[in-house]
Design a protein around this ligand. Structure first.
Ligand code: GDP
Ligand code: MN
Length: 399
């Protein structure tokens, strides 16, 4: 689960990471009130107004703007709230901005004395360790840095059991070429950031930029976090932070009914039991020249109710031109699944307008094929895996 910048900063703050202070608001009037509060609390006269959407590169898209007066705060907030923000990380359609973060300007007294760094903590699946990735080249796209000047990106593996040691933190501060107070601040910053990543069960905590202010403070200006969905039950407070407006509406609905669904760009809807078989099915569709419209694992109980729910979710995607059902009947018998499919299709006769290719393999697969073939519905049955994918292509070609 991804969170907004202001939420990620809230989490960081709770673990003692120094952050650029600010308030989230959804109207320009509230933005003005909060700017006044910030002025009282920090003395700042400049404010940065930042669109809160789940996408990076907001600065480039016009979603991050400096306000040099309270009037500016009103005007800029008015413009950003409600806008459709297009950044290098959004689709062409962009993302609607519902909220802005009104934050203190921390680039005083001007950009010249401020240093920007990149620091992230993430899960390194290759080494089975956590990894801290950091660079003196903060503020810009880290992919660009990786491409042009890979030597300027440092990585450090951290043993998840031992945790981040003092020595690790010192090494990072040293490689970022810091000394004096800023060095000590960075050591504390990195330790607190690692703790936040670890204790929140995140798979990524990325701060870009981390800055050193003109008076040698180290603080987080931006924050991006991905929390492991499977650990959310341990963090009901974070689970409440979910903003479904930022998520794919079909995926949100599928989650509500307990289906494991990922929306994709293609036109072949897939209904499969088991994540591994679902991946293999997607590969096969691609090899046959098609494009999967989704990943969908219906799980162990492929009864008619569940199949019907799955059909409803798949048919919500207007791009779907054919559906491939590929189910292995191990514990659940194929004839039961076949009856489930037939019943679901009869119930949804008016809603399913696309051809359906069915492959049922496993216990009682022959009986299942007979049920499918004699149903009188718009089914194309297949026995072999490849045959199923080829049939998908054929119905698409003749459509
Ligand atoms: P992103 O574009 O989505 O990554 O959003 P960021 O939070 O990283 O902000 C984009 C850019 O805005 C930063 O790289 C900074 O250059 C600038 N910025 C952020 N906070 C301040 C601030 O307090 N003052 C000034 N002058 N610029 C800021
Ligand atoms: Mn950023």
């Amino acid at each position: 689960m991804n969170l907004h910048e202001f939420q990620a900063k809230e989490i960081l703050n709770g673990f003692g990471v120094r952050i650029q202070r600010g308030y989230v608001v959804s109207t320009a009037n509230d933005a003005v009130e909060k700017a006044k509060d910030l002025n009282r609390e920090t003395g700042t006269n400049f404010f940065i107004i930042k669109a809160q959407v789940h996408a990076g590169g907001r600065g480039k898209g016009g979603g991050v703007k400096l306000a040099k007066s309270i009037e500016d705060v009103y005007e800029i907030s008015q413009k950003i709230i409600g806008m459709n923000l297009i950044t290098p990380q959004t689709s062409e359609k962009g993302k609607k901005v519902h909220q802005v973060l009104v934050a203190e300007d921390v680039y005083y007294p001007g950009n010249s004395e401020v240093e920007e760094y990149y620091i992230s903590v993430l899960l390194n699946r290759t080494t089975s360790k956590n990894m801290i990735m950091y660079s003196t080249e903060g503020g810009m796209d880290i992919e660009t840095v990786a491409e042009n000047t890979p030597d300027l990106i440092h990585t450090l593996d951290v043993c998840p059991i031992e945790g981040l040691t003092d020595l690790n933190a010192q090494e990072i501060a040293l490689n970022l070429k810091l000394n004096g107070n800023a060095k000590n601040e960075m050591i504390d910053f990195v330790k607190a950031l690692y703790k936040a990543y670890d204790k929140s069960d995140s798979s990524l905590f990325e701060i870009n930029p981390v800055i050193k202010t003109s008076d040698d403070k180290i603080l987080a200006v931006d924050a991006k976090v991905s929390i492991d969905d499977n650990a959310l039950f341990r963090h009901p407070d974070y689970a409440e932070m979910r903003d479904v407006r930022e998520e794919n509406p079909i995926e949100v609905e599928a989650k509500e009914v307990g289906l494991n669904y990922v929306d994709l760009e293609g036109n072949v809807g897939c209904m499969v039991n088991g994540a591994g078989l679902a991946m293999a099915t997607m590969d096969l569709i691609k090899q046959a020249g098609g494009e999967p419209a989704n990943f969908l694992d219906v799980g162990g109980t492929a009864d008619s109710e569940r199949v019907e729910t799955a059909f409803r979710i798949i048919m919500k995607d207007p791009d779907v031109k054919a559906i491939l059902i590929n189910i292995f009947g191990g514990i659940v018998r194929c004839d039961r699944v076949a009856n489930g499919i037939v019943d679901a299709c009869k119930n949804m006769k008016d809603e399913i307008s696309v051809p359906i290719i069915v492959r049922l393999e496993g216990t009682n697969s022959k009986i299942a094929k007979d049920i499918i073939d004699s149903s009188g519905l718009n089914f194309h049955s297949a026995v072999e895996f490849k045959e199923a994918a080829d049939k998908v292509q054929k119905v698409l070609d003749t459509a």
